[in-house]
Design a protein around this ligand. Structure first.
Ligand SMILES: [Fe+2]
Length: 291
């Protein structure tokens, strides 16, 4: 069992696994939060990597207000997936509109990744809200990249800390999202490959975390493409062993706020006859660094 902690602003934090995730009680996200609560949440996010808020009533406007306390919001590359009137809020859904088109990103993120790591300034965090959730499956699994880094033998930590991963959205889309309509040239042009350190220092906690993912890191800069790819896949699998993972089973009204700087995540399968409707915002972060 993991003991709860109470923050100075009165939030209760209950750890959800050995390395990642805490449930937060004592806050209503449909109302503005205080500076003291914001401070405590910012630190709790950096420490636990994932914050779970249950039983929240969170219309898109409030979802935007809460998210924007943590930084600038970034909409999805594919603008047709936005919630009407709220370009910063994206639907993650298997629901179709009356023209038969998908309203949101379908089967998104089924392979381990850190959100939008293919940008120069990747996302600090993402906030996903459950509106309609299938009765089983469709979990989101989170892995602590702090725990992965700390579990590596010292020589491997050092080697990894000298490398840079190549993060490539077009490669990702053409490899894993072949069920969707192809990207347009304009969409492709928005996301050329970028490199980031394979180990990054978290700007709030100052801890080091592995920053490579099977889903979005194509390979490693400066070494053979196939060899780099094997290293990425091997590291990603090492990092996502069950002891480093928390699996979130969704209920409507859950808001889950994860830190992309120190966790990876993926969605799990579910029976597609059930409706799934989630709304997501993403908060832009800083350029990854290691010191
Ligand atoms: Fe994601």
């Amino acid at each position: 069992m993991h003991p709860s902690a109470i923050t100075s602003s009165g939030l209760r934090l209950r750890p959800l696994s050995d390395h990642v995730g805490a449930e937060v009680d004592g806050i209503d996200l449909s109302r503005p939060i205080s500076d003291a609560q914001h401070h405590d949440l910012n630190h709790a996010l950096a420490q636990y990597g994932v914050l779970v808020f249950r039983d929240q009533e969170l219309p898109p406007a409030m979802h935007v207000d809460f998210s924007a306390r943590f930084g600038p919001l970034v909409g999805h590359l594919v603008s047709r997936f936005s919630v009407e009137g709220f370009p910063q809020v994206t639907y993650i859904s298997n629901v179709r509109n009356d023209k038969g088109e998908m309203i949101g990103a379908d089967r998104a993120g089924m392979i381990w990744h850190s959100d939008m790591s293919y940008f120069r300034r990747p996302m600090l965090g993402s906030l996903l809200y459950g509106v309609e959730c299938p009765p089983e499956g469709a979990n989101t699994e989170f892995a602590s990249m702090y725990a992965a880094y700390e579990a590596l033998p010292p020589a491997e930590r050092e080697r990894l800390a000298s490398l840079r991963g190549i993060h490539d959205y077009v490669w990702h889309y053409e490899t894993y999202l072949t069920h969707r309509q192809p990207l347009t040239d304009a969409e492709k042009a928005k996301a050329p490959p970028v490199t980031h350190p394979a180990v990054r220092t978290h700007p709030v906690s100052r801890r080091r975390a592995v920053y490579l993912s099977e889903g979005l890191t194509r390979s490693i800069e400066g070494i053979d493409e196939a060899e780099g790819r094997s290293l990425v896949v091997e590291m990603s699998r090492f990092a996502t062993q069950p002891q480093f993972v928390y699996s979130h089973a969704w209920r409507p009204g859950d808001l889950v706020f994860w830190d992309n700087r120190c966790t990876m995540h993926r969605a799990t399968e579910f029976d597609n006859q059930h409706r799934r409707m989630m709304r997501r915002t993403t908060v832009e972060g800083d350029e990854p660094f290691i010191d």
